[in-house]
Design a protein around this ligand. Structure first.
Ligand SMILES: O=C(O)CCC(=O)C(=O)O
Length: 274
């Protein structure tokens, strides 16, 4: 079963300028909410073009599948498929189209509802285009994004924008509704802080997992504690997603952490101050 969403099923979908009360309740209850068609076709097409160029020309900074050693990844950069890109890093500075996306009132107003004003975007986390290739992509285990981040409070939201259709066969995310509200004991995690699938006590959580099916232009908003995972891409087409992370202005990175290692961007307000 795929997730219930906020899809507008009328023939001419109207994008609401903000989250509805139901959507906000869903985010707080489940730790995520999907907005259909948040980015229009032209924005998606431009981002895809930037991604194609970045991949063809190997424009740095890049992260390769081989760098992470996740299950299914090539052994090293020299192995067959070793130069399969997992992420085009520093997406924001790759093209003006990302500034256009981050300035969209329909995006910023929703972030303001979740995080208050002004919304701040760390450049140290996500800020990437995820690419998932046939043949050489890897599995990403169950995890919370906050596990290696260093902020004052675990209060951040990521927005995962699909640049093509995402479904289980091409490695879409799976997500555990409500997991952001749970308290994980260290013993439930492995040495790399992935949620263990071999423990009976973790099974009830894993049984609740659902695939996140997206169409190009759909956006998944998810909490930094929401547990998620993804499989390899078993299709013949590469999957692209643009992912950025946001925080409330009063939740700064802790000094000395990787989260504090790069500058941040303060998003323009979604509507002018009166
Ligand atoms: O597409 C994937 O493999 C999942 C990526 C992910 O969850 C992450 O980078 O936090």
């Amino acid at each position: 079963m795929s997730l219930s969403t906020t899809e507008n099923t009328s023939s001419t979908p109207q994008l609401s300028p903000k989250f509805t009360d139901d959507e906000l309740s869903q985010f707080h209850r489940d730790g995520f909410v999907i907005v259909r068609g948040l980015a229009d076709r032209s924005l998606v097409a431009q981002m895809r073009q930037v991604t194609d160029e970045g991949l063809e020309q190997e424009i740095p900074p890049l992260e390769f599948e081989a760098d992470l050693h996740y299950p299914g990844a090539p052994e090293s950069r020299d192995a067959t498929g070793g130069r399969t890109v997992r992420r085009l890093l520093q997406a924001h500075s790759r093209n003006i189209v990302f500034t256009q996306w981050l300035g969209r009132p329909a995006l910023v107003s929703r972030l303001e509802q979740l995080l208050g004003v002004p919304v701040v975007m760390p450049l140290a986390h996500h800020n990437c285009i995820m690419t998932k290739h046939p043949d050489f992509s890897s599995q990403t285990g169950w995890h919370q994004d906050i596990r290696y981040w260093g902020f004052t409070r675990p209060e951040l939201v990521s927005v995962w924008l699909a640049l093509g259709d995402e479904f289980p066969e091409n490695g879409s995310l799976y997500i555990i509704p409500g997991s952001h509200l749970g308290t994980l004991d260290r013993s439930q995690l492995d040495e790399n802080l992935f949620f263990r699938t071999d423990l009976p006590e973790n099974q009830p959580w894993l049984d609740r997992a659902r695939p996140v099916e997206l169409r190009a232009g759909d956006a998944l908003f998810f909490h930094c504690k929401t547990v998620h995972a993804a499989q390899q891409n078993m299709t013949s087409e590469v999957k692209y997603s643009a992912v950025f992370t946001f925080r409330p202005h009063d939740n700064p990175p802790r000094p000395g952490t990787r989260s504090a290692s790069q500058p941040e961007i303060i998003l323009p307000l979604s509507s002018p101050i009166e």
